[in-house]
Design a protein around this ligand. Structure first.
Ligand code: PMP
Length: 352
């Protein structure tokens, strides 16, 4: 750090993304990317004619993507904002709605804590129950603080049913409730329909997981038009061309080929269930994940040791050296062949 940076960042602990080592080719099961490529229509759209248009700014209204998303989810374009990954939408929400603090689970997406610290927000982190579930009652009546819940939660993969989400939204008329649905397409029930009924609900989704576009950085949020206008105000006060041209073109083609991604989700869910069953057979404790990752621990070896042993064999999983979850590893659901390699490696490491 230089001596010029503001002292208000002295204690800021930045978000640490999953490692991307370049020393050799790994089987990457550590950042919840899709094992499948974008649809052929997306690849085709990213042609040289599109590249030539890079001399022009991108559409600051992201109209093509917004209109398509609105049609897909049965809302109006004014109910949709398009962002540079869903991280950017979360950033705007933490900027916008936290005068009276923020409430989120102690074990969840690590970026929530970072945003809270970045903006000096009074953050109340509510411990998950011993079985890692969320008790919805603890998020009702948040007293004006923004409520943020990942559904499915990360890294546990556990979901909250829609009636529990509705109760949280209903009992918090003075708070914005943000439901982060990064992994919703792998088995959860989306809260998007509730955005028509409640003006304090913001649903955040992404193209990074089920739509195979993590590297393009494309996210979106759906909510009441007034909430979307709030976020647009912050977007236009930071980076009005927040999504680049190639990403917007790819996003349009992706929505136009939604059936391809639905099919991929089915395959990923099938692979998830097979892998979970195989791990359980080896004695692993595996949460009932509805996401594109598994969260598992074994009594035979510590979470950290298993992570390192897999890494030595060229397989990357995500280990969080954090209280309560240090014995676990989060394993992205890859292609069936990749999961076979993973399972063989685990068997060899544990001597099974
Ligand atoms: N929410 C959750 C729960 C996540 O795990 C992630 C991925 N790291 C994100 C949001 C952000 O995803 P992106 O910015 O790629 O859309």
């Amino acid at each position: 750090m230089s001596r010029y940076i503001s002292s208000r960042f002295d204690t800021l602990k930045e978000y640490v993304p999953g490692e991307q080592p370049q020393d050799k080719k790994y089987i990457k099961l550590n950042t919840n990317e899709s094992p499948y490529p974008p649809s052929p229509a997306v690849i085709e759209r990213l042609n040289s004619a599109e590249a030539e248009k890079l001399k022009l700014y991108s559409d600051p209204n992201c109209r093509g993507v917004r209109v398509r998303l609105a049609a897909l989810y049965g809302v109006e374009a004014e109910n949709v904002i398009v962002t540079n990954g869903s991280d950017e939408a979360l950033n705007f929400a933490f900027m916008a709605y936290t005068d009276r603090g923020a409430v989120f689970p102690d074990i969840s997406y690590g970026f929530y804590k970072v945003f809270a610290q970045l903006y000096g927000i009074d953050a109340r982190q509510i411990p998950l129950k011993d079985d890692f579930t969320i008790d919805p009652a603890e998020y009702c009546h948040a007293d004006g603080a923004m409520v943020v819940i990942a559904n499915p939660n990360a890294p546990t993969g556990l979901t909250l049913p829609l009636d529990a989400i509705e109760k949280i939204v209903q009992t918090n008329p003075d708070s914005v409730v943000v439901i982060d649905e990064a992994y919703i397409d792998f088995g959860g029930e989306s809260a998007i329909p509730l955005t028509k009924k409640y003006n304090n609900l913001l649903v955040v989704q992404t193209f990074s997981k089920s739509r195979s576009m993590a590297g393009a950085r494309l996210g979106y949020s759906i909510g009441n038009a007034a909430l979307i206008a709030d976020l647009n105000k912050l977007r236009c006060s930071t980076n009005p061309y927040n999504v680049n041209r190639l990403t917007l073109a790819a996003g349009e083609a992706a929505i136009d080929t939604q059936a391809y991604y639905d099919e991929n989700c089915k395959k990923i869910i099938e692979t998830r269930e097979k892998t979970a069953a195989a791990l359980r057979e080896m004695g692993f404790d595996v949460t009932d994940s509805r996401a594109n990752f598994l969260f598992a621990k074994t009594d035979r070896m510590s979470g950290g040791d298993l992570y390192r042993a897999l890494r030595e064999r060229g397989i990357l999983v995500r280990h969080f050296d954090t209280p309560r979850i240090a014995e676990y590893n989060r394993i992205t659901v890859g292609a069936p062949e990749e999961m076979e390699v993973l399972l063989s490696a685990v068997r060899a490491i544990l001597g099974l």
